[in-house]
Design a protein around this ligand. Sequence first.
Ligand code: UGA
Length: 435
Amino acid sequence: MRICVVGAGYVGLVSAAVFADWGHDVVCVDIDREKVERLQEGDLPIHENGLAELVDRNVWDGRLCFTSEFFLGLFNLELVVIAVGTPLGPDKYPDLNALWNVVNLLKQYTRGRLTVVVKSTVPPGTCAAINRYLNEDSDERFDIIYNPEFLRQGTAINDFQAPDRMVIGSQSNSAKILMAQLYESINCPFLITDWLSAEMIKHAANAFLAIKISFINMISNVCEEVGADVQQVARGIGLDQRIGPAFLKPGVGFGGSCLTKDTQALVALGEDHGVNVWLLRDALQINHEQRLRVVKELSEQLGGLEGKVIAILGLAYKANTNDVREAPSLEIISRIVQLGGEVVAYDPVVDMDALQNRISFRPAASPYEAVDGADAVVVLTEWEEFYGLDLQRIRTLLKNPVFVDGRNMFGPKVLEKHGFLIEGGLSGEKIMGVA
Ligand code: UGA
């Protein structure tokens, strides 16, 4: 099949590379010329396990190419996949400008019939609007499909190739047949719905994950007060098949471009329709407060943050990505600096130079360099390499025995064994504070 994927972000790049790997002929278009030039040279703008190899192989085999010229992508086309970004706008609704630009170009330059697969996350009602616009003066020339993506950064390729389910929002039989051909190697339940339901599924899935994380963080805060171990509580409830163990990891809360954005969009949508969406609002508020708890805990343990140096380990919003969008680290660092503290940060993959233009911190080349002479250390990303940290060495390098484990990687007993004083908070169990 000849496919044009528009947008070389996470979803676009992964879709393009995997479609090509399945044997399709794929052109990936992005208006960002610099990004396209980098991609043409084999330099990926994102850090995603296995993606560079997949892109290289398929470019080399001639099934995948990148261009910033939209017209080249439209040549002899059977399917166009729209995977452009839909970031949250100032009115808490996603900004759909990029998406509508693509739709406009399609209307202007497409000859003959075309199936348009929307993978970008769009507010319910968007696909119907695209359909009205594209087909207003033609005889159903465009088939619109909403095909939401549920891939997670860090495991994106595997999630794309082996999803839990495939959601296809479409009114047309020929479009459904085309999708069955496209995804013939995928073995999972296929759910065929109308556009609106497919658009709602995407938002509801992310909002549910957000609620689940905020729920366990709220439980964690109660556990801390009463002296229970939240890890055991999470395990105890997660073994119930109706609840399940995933997304019950307490800590500094969720970040990333999707959970917050989609939950906020759902809040806006519900409120516009007069629906009570407090549950969603509370999930967002709890998430925000988890970040502030880190700063509060540091401040309490160090007797204020004025003049204090805080080592931050991990800047990415989660492990195995260089993405810092909505990362807890950004808000926590800004708050520490506002309160007079200084931050030294280490992350194995985040582009430190780019980030230094946005927030104030000193980059360190290793976790040990970051903690050397610092007043306290905070872990904000669960990077695999942090599990192997020499905690004894960290204890010796730090001025004070203050370790805030924002991802619950070590557990209070291990930290206590290495001489750290833990005020509970994000670490699950109350031990003691710094005098
Ligand atoms: C999320 C969804 O999981 C995907 O299904 C969806 O396709 C994607 O958004 C999207 O809409 O594009 P992602 O943002 O890559 O994927 O990452 P998640 O694995 O969902 O993690 C989100 C945040 O929650 C991270 O900051 C993570 O550290 C945090 N988290 C996750 C917890 O704090 N506790 C948990 O138990 C799980």
